[in-house]
Write a protein that binds this ligand. Structure first.
Ligand code: ZN
Ligand code: ZN
Length: 160
């Protein structure tokens, strides 16, 4: 299911939620600030058309920063293997460490590595089914949305 990572408008903390048709407000765990949300049936089906935080339709896609966890896993695997080698365990032990960590990396992180982000309110969406319809970051769109409050209504910027 799609997960939604809001940013608290008061203190900037992350607020992590699943879409919920019943929810009308979310509360920040850190500062207890509440802000309105509006989920629809698309969100329940992991389809992103409207932002539940600000109602806009302008999003960009980006590689998830969690990719770095994958790199960290390999460093851990290398350390474990070195220790195993040092204490005299056979190659089947340290090879299987790599395989397990590689599988973990692949299933947990690589599959989820593209996220959609709302230009207007910076809400991050993971596990979005229609992620292929969402274009990469566009500086001009970003500046016009953030500084001029322009609304593109979900249409990518025409460069001609
Ligand atoms: Zn807060
Ligand atoms: Zn938004």
């Amino acid at each position: 299911m799609m997960t939604v990572h809001f940013t608290c408008k008061q203190c900037g903390s992350g607020i992590h939620v699943y879409p919920d048709l019943e929810a009308t407000r979310i509360q920040c765990d850190v500062c207890k600030h509440e802000q309105p949300v509006k989920f629809d049936q698309n969100h329940m089906n992991s389809i992103l058309k409207d932002c539940p935080g600000c109602g806009r339709k302008d999003f960009y896609s980006q590689k998830d920063f969690n990719r770095q966890i994958g790199v960290a896993l390999f460093i851990v695997a290398a350390i474990i293997s070195t220790i195993m080698l040092y204490v005299g365990l056979g190659p089947e032990w340290y090879l299987s460490t790599f395989i397990v960590l590689y599988a973990l990396d692949f299933f947990l992180f690589r599959r989820l590595n593209v996220v959609a982000i709302c230009y207007k309110c910076d809400t991050i969406f993971r596990n979005v089914k229609n992620i292929n319809e969402i274009h990469g970051f566009n500086h001009e769109m970003h500046d016009r949305i953030v500084y001029s409050d322009h609304n593109f209504e979900g249409k990518p910027l025409d460069h001609h």
